[in-house]
Write a protein that binds this ligand. Sequence first.
Ligand SMILES: Nc1ncnc2c1ncn2[C@@H]1O[C@H](COP(=O)(O)OP(=O)(O)OP(=O)(O)O)[C@@H](O)[C@H]1O
Ligand SMILES: N[C@@H](CCO)C(=O)O
Length: 334
Amino acid sequence: MAVYTHLSADDIDAFVSHYGVGKLVSAKGIAEGVSNSNWIIETSAPDGDSERFILTVYEERTNTDDLPFFLDLLDHLSAKGCPVPRTIHDASGAAYREIEGKAAALIEYLPGVSIDRPSVDQAKAVGCALAGIHLAASDFSDSRVNDLGPAGWRGLLQQCDGAALGEIDPALPELVDAKLGQIERDWPDHLPTSIIHSDLFPDNVLMLADQVSGLIDFYFACNDMSAYDLAVAHVAWSFSGGGGEFHRDIGDALIEGYESVRALTDQEKAAMPLLCQGAAMRFIATRAYDWLNTPAEALVTRKDPMDFANRLRFYDEAGANAFPFVQQAGTANR
Ligand SMILES: Nc1ncnc2c1ncn2[C@@H]1O[C@H](COP(=O)(O)OP(=O)(O)OP(=O)(O)O)[C@@H](O)[C@H]1O
Ligand SMILES: N[C@@H](CCO)C(=O)O
């Protein structure tokens, strides 16, 4: 569940009254998500039309200093026609205001369903939408450093000492020891960069049939390698069963969709096996940290780091064979 902040109907009513979006009709807390508190808000305008919005209250994980970057980015991408929710501004023009001492924003509601098991056509559409935001953000004037790059993973993993990692799974300390230094050493520094989403998991994409109707949750967006963003999506979308089963058709479709909008360079293609291993390490690091630091009484379902340990091992072993860039024989659906 993700409603950490208690808001009364009067609190929400008072908040909404600053936005010129009509009268509050209903507000329901949203159970999905782990970082921030979210509600679906319905309002009615004087002409009787009703409208929906998302009210997000930013909790500890989102640094308020970064909000202008995140919220301006939503407005920029939405204005350029990307399927991204725009921010509703209050009567003074502000993109966020305070509620119960925390920053909060009213965001456009987008229709659609998050899907667990994408079809090939859906995966293509996701790749296409991802490349679309990379291109559309090229003239966005603000920037943000990726604090969850290799140095950030090491920082988080060092805070979980080896013994604690071993309590999650006896094989985890050895995997981290074997792979982290190697990924850091080989991490590319010359690939094309853009603003990236950096967390494009299925639960951050809304779909209507085969169309992407919404890309949401830009609260890890930053400047980094465009191909790393594609690697995150590849690692997040192409597996089922706790990361044990690789769906080659889905991985290939993501890349095909991406390349239908923005062609990858040869260097980006060559880097994909390493970028995917790095992406897997990123989610091992954040999940292991959260696993060990989430209080037992917290009403949040912890996410298993081992799902991404399995994916890291897969990319390590498969190398270039996990991607459609080289001719292969007999490697479908490994
Ligand atoms: N603009 C939107 N339009 C429609 N639904 C939305 C929108 N934004 C969020 N939601 C809904 O709210 C849920 C939680 O939102 P979100 O993923 O941003 O929460 P979070 O706690 O910040 O995320 P995370 O767990 O990935 O850190 C989503 O799964 C989706 O169902
Ligand atoms: N998408 C992430 C959570 C937010 O970083 C995960 O599944 O671990």
